[in-house]
Write a protein that binds this ligand. Structure first.
Ligand code: SF4
Length: 363
């Protein structure tokens, strides 16, 4: 039996003094009951982020009920990802593909890309993610625009989600005009100082300006954060949750920090998967109509983590069957040994969550 006011604890940094500390939270009643009755205070959000055991199960159950009331068909959007290029101009401390890494670089040519798209379309996939490191050269963006136009010409029923990082307004317009419908650009953190620490040479202001551009241009836009990062407090995570509510989004995401072998933060501890899962449940409860993926990094962080993401209200899975085999190891966005779920693996967790493959319609 759950004890009201249970003391929950997480190892994070204290928001006020910035010193590593055990943060504790004491909430006078069940945070789930408070959320269910419409409470959205920081105290309730904090308590929910720290929920464990039966309290966490209740939180997930509330999130699932919210999802299933919004999408009664109980289908998840099933996407495939093609990792177009690992060339990157950024120096993110949490990523093994930063420009300083000695990785062999590649860009997939149009012919090889179209072979993969044809294969995925024949499998029945109707949503594709085209992802790459950040490369704002007109040469590369022009290449992507040509690929997008060719995909839309040959497969007009395929919906394309781009994830290419910060580009100029003009470049985003070019990609939208080529036919791409959606764009994913995570803000990573709502804290300007953490953002600059994690991504030296870039700024949160710049990131948010790009997000506003994407939305204004007409992309159905997604964004999100990373939890468990060095220097991040629980209050920062709450700020991330609230920032998601200030943007006109179609998609949202939360990932957990995995220290990749080649990244600047390789010696830092892995993020707490339970906090990431609790945040996902809160995102579903707060922002009913947005698509939300359950990501492979949850599985890397904890066995069963990706299924738990669906149990916490996610309604999207990404199948890693688009990138040609020869390039897969060259895209270690969080780890050279990352979990890349194939169709069978995704089908199993979707089935176990009582859902089915399909396309949760955009709302
Ligand atoms: S997270 Fe993206 S932008 Fe940052 S280094 Fe990795 S690939 Fe580049």
């Amino acid at each position: 039996m759950r004890t009201p006011g249970v003391l929950a604890r997480a190892v994070l940094l204290c928001h006020d003094c910035g010193v590593p500390a055990l943060i504790t939270s004491q909430f006078p009643k069940s945070p789930v009951a408070a959320l269910a009755s419409g409470e959205r205070s920081r105290v309730a959000l904090r308590a929910a982020l720290l929920a464990r055991g039966s309290e966490q199960e209740e939180l997930f159950s509330l999130a699932r009920r919210a999802r299933d009331a919004t999408w009664p068909v109980r289908e998840v959007e099933t996407r495939s990802v093609i990792e177009l290029s690992n060339v990157c101009q950024q120096s993110c401390n949490y990523c093994s593909m930063a420009k300083e890494s000695k990785l062999k670089r590649y860009v997939i040519k149009q012919g090889q890309l179209m072979e993969r798209v044809e294969f995925l379309h024949a499998l029945g996939r109707r949503v594709l993610v085209l992802q790459s490191g950040e490369n704002d050269s007109d040469n590369f963006v022009g290449h992507v625009a040509k690929c997008v136009a060719e995909i839309k010409r040959r497969f007009p029923d395929l919906e394309l989600i781009l994830s290419l990082g910060n580009l100029s307004h003009r470049q985003y317009v070019r990609l939208r005009e080529a036919g791409a419908e959606r764009y994913n650009l995570k803000f990573e953190t709502s804290s300007p100082s953490l953002y600059s620490m994690w991504k030296p040479g870039d700024s949160l202001d710049q990131r948010l300006a790009c997000l506003r551009d994407l939305i204004a241009i007409g992309f159905k836009t997604g964004t999100g954060n990373i939890t468990g990062m060095p220097g991040q407090s629980l209050d920062d995570v709450i700020d991330d949750l609230l920032l998601l509510g200030k943007l006109d989004l179609t998609m949202m995401s939360c990932t957990v920090f995995i220290p990749g072998e080649m990244c600047g933060y390789r010696d830092e501890p892995m993020g707490d998967v339970d906090i990431a899962l609790n945040q996902m449940a809160l995102m579903r409860i707060l922002y009913l109509t947005r698509l939300m993926p359950t990501t492979s990094c949850l599985e890397r962080g904890k066995k069963g983590g990706q299924l738990a993401g669906l149990m916490a209200g996610a309604n999207t899975v990404t199948i890693h069957d688009g990138t040609p085999e020869e390039f897969k190891k060259l895209f270690p966005i969080y780890s050279t040994d990352r979990c890349s779920p194939d169709q069978a693996r995704c089908a199993a967790i979707v089935h176990d969550a009582g859902l089915s493959f399909g396309k949760a319609p955009l709302i």
